[in-house]
Design a protein around this ligand. Structure first.
Ligand code: DSN
Length: 432
């Protein structure tokens, strides 16, 4: 390389380099409590920032449309084999660029436009791709939403069963982005089997807890499992699809097709909806999968859950209502209505104290999704820093004080100092 292209980032583009450095500093100094965020390891980040980003490798290992894929094939094969082993899955596709793409590809592999699917209502914890009318899923398929009981704020499986038997969808989607309780995959799969429906488990949020056995595992119940890889898995920003090989409904829904379920998923990813895979991300995913096979990964996942329980208890003891009265997983939803503040106001106040969260609708919220009555918080990133129960108590008390006094600038300033003090004791990214 010559001229300016041989300079490193700091020398060539100090403006961008500075912003990257400031963002890294924010992540190091603040309390990241957005339930879907985490700290990927330096090894994962290193794999992503490599020359693999230059390669084109449309197709799959051994069957590419370009030459020069000798090493990429080995990397993708490593990622596939590790994913299959970790999830006890018959088939893995590691090419989806995101969780939304993975869900789209899973639908394309099994359903036809206009087919009926049951999925969790976005306003009660589901994801955009689980049938929201503003998303391709709600526009291409006829989604029948299920939600939570108004009183318990938990999924009532009798209601789900009645709805499924009445509507007879071709697929039932399980999993959520803002539901603090456990999904009963076994019961969902029994209901799906009664009506010849596929069961898809989107475990993006709590995948790590499933692997650690502190949440029901999706296999053998689900036909297809989709997951992002950057949340509780702490990998690169990406996703994968895991599945059985044979389609148990081939003779009912895909009689004419010569492809089985695994082949149809691969075809839905490429060439169905994507071009070249992100090879640098695939490499980082392989690294993350190796990390997830280490024994300390399981300890980490268990600690996420313990931390979430203590945090929820502390908040409740301090007068903050937690939706459904607690949590079984890595996140909780705070109902702020009694404090006469909105999710936006608390999110903004916490941000001033370097505590990062997100506003969120709570079940049966009468406020708009853009200015909802709740706040979602989670413990995966704090747990990655090594924080445990005693830190959760401190943080829970701090958040409770801010909820009650979101406009008290002296309190916010003092809280920020406390946060900086705390995060100094739990450093992340020593080399960044
Ligand atoms: N945006 C993610 C979340 O925060 O839950 C879901 O895709």
């Amino acid at each position: 390389m010559n001229d300016t292209r041989s300079l490193n980032l700091k020398k060539f583009d100090p403006e961008v380099a500075k912003l990257i450095s400031l963002e890294t500093k924010r992540q190091k100094e603040g309390l990241v409590m957005i339930a879907s965020e985490n700290y990927a390891s330096e090894a994962v980040l290193e794999a992503m920032g490599t020359a693999l980003s230059n390669k084109y490798s449309e197709g799959y290992p051994g069957k590419r449309y370009y030459s020069g894929n000798e090493y990429i094939d080995q990397i993708e094969t490593l990622a596939i084999e590790r994913a299959k082993k970790l999830f006890n899955a018959e088939h893995a596709n590691v090419q989806p660029h995101s969780g939304s793409s993975a869900n789209m590809q899973a639908y394309f592999a099994t359903l036809k436009p206009g087919d009926k699917i049951m999925g969790m209502n976005l306003s009660q914890g589901g994801h955009l791709t689980h049938g929201s009318p503003v998303n391709f899923s709600g526009q291409m398929y006829k989604f029948i939403p299920y939600g939570v009981d108004e009183k318990t704020e938990m999924i009532d499986m009798d209601v789900v069963r009645r709805l499924a038997l009445k509507e007879r969808p071709k697929m039932i989607v399980t999993g959520a982005t803002a539901y603090p309780r456990e999904f009963d995959f076994k019961e969902f799969s029994e209901i799906a089997s009664e009506i010849d429906a596929y069961m898809l488990a989107d475990v993006s949020h709590f995948v790590g807890l499933c692997l650690a056995g502190v949440h029901q595992k999706p296999f053998p119940y689900a036909d297809i499992v989709t997951t992002t890889t950057h949340k509780t898995l702490r990998g690169p920003r990406s996703a994968m699809i895991l599945s059985k090989i044979e389609d148990r409904y081939q003779q009912i829904y895909h009689k004419e097709s010569k492809f089985n379920l695994a082949q149809r998923i691969d075809r839905a990813v490429f060439p169905g909806t994507q071009g070249g895979p992100l090879d640098h991300v695939t490499a980082a995913m392989a690294v993350m999968l190796k990390e997830a096979m280490e024994p300390d990964f399981l300890t980490y996942q268990k600690q996420i859950q313990k931390n979430a329980k203590i945090l929820a208890e502390t908040l409740m003891q301090n007068g903050v209502r937690i939706v459904s009265g607690g949590t079984d997983n890595h996140l909780m939803l705070l109902d702020l209505r009694a404090h006469k503040v909105t999710g936006q106001q608390v999110q903004d106040a916490l941000e001033k104290a370097m505590i990062f969260t997100n506003k969120n609708s709570i079940p049966y919220d009468t406020a708009s999704p853009f200015n909802p009555s709740g706040l979602r918080i989670g413990t995966p990133a704090l747990t990655s820093r090594g924080m445990k129960e005693s830190e959760m108590k401190l943080i829970g008390e701090m958040i409770s004080r801010i909820i009650k006094n979101p406009h008290d600038n002296i309190l916010l300033h003092k809280s920020k100092e406390d946060v900086l003090e705390l995060t100094k004791k739990f450093p992340v990214y020593p080399n960044l």
